[in-house]
Design a protein around this ligand. Structure first.
Ligand code: TYD
Length: 203
């Protein structure tokens, strides 16, 4: 059995990372591996706060939302805590860790509101994933999937924001030897097969 892997799924909102994470968990378990599925924002204290803010909660007295750079700091804080409290212990215990979002989310989303270098600096010394897979879908397809799933409108959901995030994701993956882009326009099963085939090359 090869060493425990840290694998991350990324993509714009509605790209299918959550669905595919569940299927990847099944696939790896079927290969006899122990798997620890997780996500960011995490289930920890900072992650729970972030989810409430993303849905429009915790506003200032005048109704203003949390500042964009403060959001970047919160995502970075959540990631540190998630890494130390959950990801590292799971890897040390011999499980593969598969995460719905990680560092590339901050580099793609927060770099819309903050300096890229500053956002990248917040991630210095962070463990890098063994593989990051970008599920690439057109912005309109992802928006339609979110509508069909009845998902609540979130902070970064506007189409122009999602289009900039999508473009930034592609640039980031092209510059990262341990990242790959997958065409995620197909059926759930087709995308799951592509994810599994890419992951199997690491086993
Ligand atoms: P998402 O992963 O779609 O979760 P849910 O299914 O609960 O809506 O939502 C998380 C949102 O947070 C999404 O819009 C991306 C954003 N995000 C960032 O902007 N930066 C980050 O570092 C992370 C992890 C998420």
């Amino acid at each position: 059995m090869s060493k425990p892997l840290f694998i991350v799924l990324e993509g714009i909102d509605g790209s299918g990372t959550t669905t595919q994470l569940g299927l990847l968990e099944r696939h790896l378990a079927g290969r006899g591996r122990r798997v620890h599925p997780t996500r960011e924002p995490s289930q920890g204290p900072v992650g729970r706060l972030l989810r409430e803010i993303l849905l429009g909660g915790h506003r200032h007295a005048d109704g203003a939302p949390v500042d964009g750079l403060a959001m970047a700091l919160l995502f970075a804080a959540d990631r540190r805590d998630h890494l130390c409290r959950e990801i590292e212990p799971a890897l040390a215990a011999g499980a593969d860790v598969i995460s719905d979002r990680y560092l590339l989310s901050s580099l793609a989303y927060q770099a819309q509101e903050a300096e890229r270098d500053w956002v990248a600096g917040l991630a210095r010394d962070l463990r890098e994933p063994d593989l990051t897979l970008l599920l690439d879908v057109p912005v309109a397809t992802a928006a339609e999937r979110r509508r069909a799933a009845g998902r609540a409108l979130e902070r970064y959901d506007a189409d122009d924001v999602q289009a900039r995030v999508a473009a930034r994701y592609r640039e980031l993956v092209a510059a990262d030897a341990r990242a790959a882009v997958l065409d995620a326009r197909g059926s759930i099963e087709e995308v799951a097969r592509a994810v599994a085939a890419t992951v199997d090359r690491l086993l």
